[in-house]
Design a protein around this ligand. Sequence first.
Ligand code: BG6
Length: 507
Amino acid sequence: MTQEAIALFTIFGATGDLSKRKLYPSLFRLFHQGALNKHFAVIGTARREWTHDYYRKIVLENVQPLITNEKEAEDFASHFYYQAHNVNDTDHYDALKVLSEELDQRYGLQGNRLFYLAMAPNFFGVITRHLKSQRIINTNGFNRLIIEKPFGEDFQSANQLNDEIRAVFNEDQIFRIDHYLGKEMIQNISAIRFGNGIFESQWNNNYIDNIQVTFSEALGVEDRGGYYDHSGALKDMVQNHILQVVSLLAMEPPTVFSEETIRTEKVKALKSIRVYTEEEAKNNFIRGQYGAGSLDGQNFISYREEPNVDPQSETETFVAGKFLIDNFRWSGVPFYIRTGKHLTEKGTRINIVFKPVPVNIFREIENDPSLAKDIPANVLTIYIQPTEGFSLTLNGKRIGSGFELEPVRLNYRHSAETLGNSPEAYEKLILDCLNGDGTNFTHWDEVAQSWRIVDVIRHAWDQEKPDFPNYASGTMGPVCAFDLLEKDGNNWIWRPDEWYRQHNKLS
Ligand code: BG6
């Protein structure tokens, strides 16, 4: 039986894209499962003047594909209230307080309040200050804050933002969303590592040659040019999602699986990542921006032609790099990462490339030149999305006479049914927050260290004018992304562009 959570949600930015695409559907699914039932209410706030009825209509529109029962949907929507709000206007917070108290009484919410800031970070400070000064968080129940990325623009601004928020909320009341931490297979990294002796015993520089983390997107910036052009891939993806994944892959085993122990280990892992000098950053990180291109008969415009993007933009839409981790476990093992927009395929995956066998004993069998080739490395691949699961490539003997090795792939992909039931990241994270479980949120120490790592790279890049665009849409990024590994004698394991090239669908 799902336990019912009791809370008042106040969503700042209720008319925005995030609320519509993620929050309302997630709340609906929680309602449908019974995790939200009678004792919850939502106040949506934003600048626009909407009525409660109009707001409910919008909420319903955005959960339409999930509705199986009209009565249930109506019941769900009846918990939603709207209040037009100017974040700088103290009177509006007073009105919010009145409405909050009224709903608290009506729905028996026990003073439990969850504030969701689905807004640009420059509003976080003013909103949290008013929540305190107007005594909206002054209740006996829990008061929690969920905030979205980006959390600052660099270490300094993030630190300042954090100070502003921490003047009102304690760290254990702050839930910084990184939606990748809510994804099933990201949570599965710990299951794979710590539930299998076979892997954890090998999870170090004695057995692992390199690790490759790819966050590839097939879409361009679409309608987010205004935000993205000021952010770029380094801040949009590497500072948060990718470094979180690297820390989960690199951390030491926690003593128990709890919020506090995991956080401690993640922070330790992040602090072991080498903070480069600017010279090192230039050697170990490369950037790209997509130009026009065509894939499988579809044509794409260049980044500089996208709406709300500066036609001379020097913003990167692609990053590849190598992190080095200076501790006993990982010294000498490169963690290669790459992410970009308008690449060949949407796909997030991690390749753990094991070291080859020390000696190729098959190399000298007479009259069979194929055996002289190096034995391919074993690779453990964790598929995060769109397919979920993992695979392990091993080498076996090809059936038949003679002796030839061939790669064998052990594959475990989740069935469609499991996938259909697997909760959406936001749904899991909202439920975690309702339960006060911060395991899958980012602590300030993690955010701070991630900025320190990324700031140097940004600064190094800002000293030089990039030669953009440098990759065609539909490819897997600029040539320098391949050179980066080649100079270490390595290669990207996942190369979806090859198939398209072989089939003349990509030039
Ligand atoms: C967001 C980034 O955090 O993650 C986007 O701002 C990116 O630019 C998105 O497209 C990718 O998330 P997902 O879940 O679609 O892989």
